[in-house]
Design a protein around this ligand. Sequence first.
Ligand SMILES: C[S@@+](CC[C@H](N)C(=O)[O-])C[C@H]1O[C@@H](n2cnc3c(N)ncnc32)[C@H](O)[C@@H]1O
Length: 245
Amino acid sequence: MNPSGGLFWHWHAWRHQAQWSGACADIANWLGEAPMAQGRPAELIILGASAGWMVPSAWLQGFSRVSTFDPDRWAAPLFRHRHGAALRASGTALDCHTGDGLNQLDTVLQAHPRALVLLDNVLGQLRFLTPSVDEASARIAHITKRLHGRRWGSVHDAFSGRTLRRPGTGLPAMQRSVQAAATSEGNHPSRAVALGRFSRQLQAQGDWLDHLTDQVFPQGTPVHHIAWPYSAGYCHWLQAGWVGA
Ligand SMILES: C[S@@+](CC[C@H](N)C(=O)[O-])C[C@H]1O[C@@H](n2cnc3c(N)ncnc32)[C@H](O)[C@@H]1O
């Protein structure tokens, strides 16, 4: 069983499309701020694409080619099903790969030297796909290091947990901050402040799960904070940012 994707994810995403519409609109706004290449047709790589449940076709249509990577065997056919017609209409080539794009990142990057890279809600999942928390953190650091010199962005879980808020009661609007410098212990002080603020706004209950993504972005990266009502009584706090070459 795939703990971060697979049939359960597709069923859950399909069923909660209305409940997720606010978070998807926030993600669409952030996607619209992607650093695009000047003067040449733009290519996009999506790692952790699944069926692209939270990415609008209209944004994908702005690229000349979209290449997706996900080990889930249902991801490629469902991505084509959801976005294929729109991409054919815009003349955007679509290559959906069933495979581990993260472990083969160097090969993928070499094959697409000028592509914009989108890590699509996958980095925060690595703690479920890696034997230990330390290994997950090290793997995330390794991945972001490999992306140095590229134009890339990531939307990922920062924290998740139980909430008193009921679906449909309204969630805090998207908020922005700038990635602060880490302390000597490797922590980001602004994250603790944001955690307190977001926890209150989301009416968090109990301890929230840390998805180990606090060091994904380099210092100075503009970061969007997005509330994602994953299911009744359970909410994720997403962070999204773009890093220019
Ligand atoms: C939370 S889902 C995100 C889905 C997708 N971004 C969407 O909007 O529907 C995380 C996805 O990451 C995929 N994934 C896990 N490990 C991966 C890897 N090494 N390379 C690429 N994708 C991976 C999972 O199979 C899953 O589909």
